[in-house]
Ligand binder design. Structure first.
Ligand SMILES: [Zn+2]
Length: 440
């Protein structure tokens, strides 16, 4: 890319910005008393924007739970704005398990290491680097760009994106489309071809608690109404159940492209055989062809020789687009009439089409920086802040461009030990994002 002497190159600056952000411990424990880092990180972003003349506002949903929003005016105010969002919080990291300290932002072997390196301070830094470069060189985007740096994504976004949508939606006025995390990363097919997975869909969140009731009693006696036994049977039925395969439009488009590239015969009745050949991303894609239900917590009892009257279990369910009600019926059948189902979280799945000017701009920017790029739509099995922003009618995509080495197990790094981002991938992301945002 053309270098502008006397001004920092954004591909250099992104490394410093990302490292600085990694050094701010923004661990989200789910407890408001321990979330001071989010405020520090938001202030850091505000300062980096202010240095180049971009004003921002910070709104706290609770002390320390800081959310930053800024608007970069575009040349055509008549067009809908593009929301570019990234969360500042990270999941906890245990330093004893890591090769480097998770909040040291260490540069080693061509990678920046640290909790949040790919989820998602990398993208936070890329966006900052591009905006700072534009301000210095007087580049204006074709439409308004609204930047949102959020808190609390890792614990359900109540103090982050949902708070912004519910309490400060005026800041998001006019946003029609959005880009955010978990999309735009590469998956190498061979030396010359890479898929870039652009998120156009994400599964719904259906977290629920099962309640079993029984007759309390003494552990030494004959007892035929034991809440623990009833709950355990229900949990086992749910945990072992395989829900039927349903291939949505997004997943079908993805599988067709992949099968074509890999030369695999795609059997529409049996997509799992093709998915099994995808290596490290098989566990992401495999979860997007059916509803899933994984038991995650059990609670019952208070003494070894007392049969408790109640027992509960938490099930982490994820539903395909349009399947949440069906999943609920399927679960009721599995657990039986005596178990009560309580919903803890219910957020709908999202799905949009892989077409239009914005998708064209993403694809063109990727191809310009990587001639071997094959952009494909895919469905994320998890959830992101897009769930909140889509409530405003915003069409959301996961597009945080990153070119990855062929041998890197990217999906294992999410919330994983030794999370790290390749520096050249980060720099690639800046170049793609710069092109994309100029043409969005
Ligand atoms: Zn994330």
């Amino acid at each position: 890319m053309t270098s502008d002497f006397a001004r920092p190159d954004p591909t250099d600056e992104v490394v410093d910005l990302c490292r600085d952000l990694l050094r701010i411990d923004t661990t989200n424990t789910g407890d408001n008393d321990t979330s001071a880092g989010e405020r520090l990180a938001a202030e850091y972003v505000a300062e980096k924007l202010a240095e180049v003349g971009v004003e921002s506002v910070i709104h706290e949903s609770a002390p320390g739970r800081a959310n930053l929003v800024a608007r970069i005016p575009g040349t055509d105010p008549g067009r809908g704005a593009l929301l570019v969002h990234g969360h500042l919080d990270v999941v906890p990291a245990d330093a004893d398990e890591w090769s480097v300290h998770p909040f040291s932002g260490e540069l080693r072997d061509g990678y920046l290491w640290g909790r949040g390196a790919i989820d998602m301070k990398d993208f936070d830094a890329m966006v900052l680097a591009v905006v700072r470069h534009w301000q210095r060189t007087e580049v204006r985007p074709p439409r308004d760009i609204v930047l949102a740096y959020t808190a609390d994504e890792e614990a359900g976004s109540d103090y982050g994106a949902h708070f912004l949508v519910e309490r400060h939606r005026g800041l998001l006025d006019g946003c029609t489309e959005a880009i955010g995390e978990v999309g735009g990363f590469s998956y190498s097919v061979n030396d010359s071809q890479r898929l870039y997975l652009i998120e156009t869909a994400e599964k719904g969140i259906d977290w629920l608690r099962l309640h079993a009731k029984g007759r309390p009693g003494h552990g030494s006696m004959i007892h035929d109404d034991n809440a623990v036994t009833a709950l355990a049977e229900a949990v086992a039925r749910v945990g072992r159940h395989r829900f039927p395969v349903v291939v949505t439009d997004t997943v079908r488009a993805f599988l067709e492209e992949v099968s074509d590239l890999l030369g695999i015969e795609l059997d529409p009745e049996d997509p799992e055989t093709a998915i099994a050949k995808l290596g490290p991303i098989a566990n992401i894609i495999g979860a997007t062809i059916r509803n899933t239900a994984n038991p995650t917590r059990l609670a019952a009892g208070y003494k070894d020789n007392v049969i408790p009257g109640r027992a509960t279990a938490t099930i982490d369910c994820r539903s395909l687009p349009g399947q949440s009600e069906l999943l609920e019926r399927q679960l009721r059948e599995l657990v039986g009439p005596d178990i009560v189902i309580e919903y803890l979280q219910r957020q709908p799945a999202l799905e949009t089409t892989f077409d239009g000017d914005l998708v064209d701009a993403m694809s063109a920017a990727l191809r310009a920086e990587d001639p071997g790029a094959r952009p494909v739509p895919y469905m994320l099995s998890g959830g992101t802040d897009a769930k909140a922003f889509s409530q405003l009618g915003i069409r959301c995509f996961g597009f945080a461009p990153l070119r990855l080495p062929a041998d890197l197990n990217f999906s294992a790094l999410f919330h994983g030990i030794d999370e790290r981002v390749p520096v050249d991938g980060l720099q690639f992301g800046v170049r793609v994002l710069d092109r994309f945002l100029r043409t969005c």
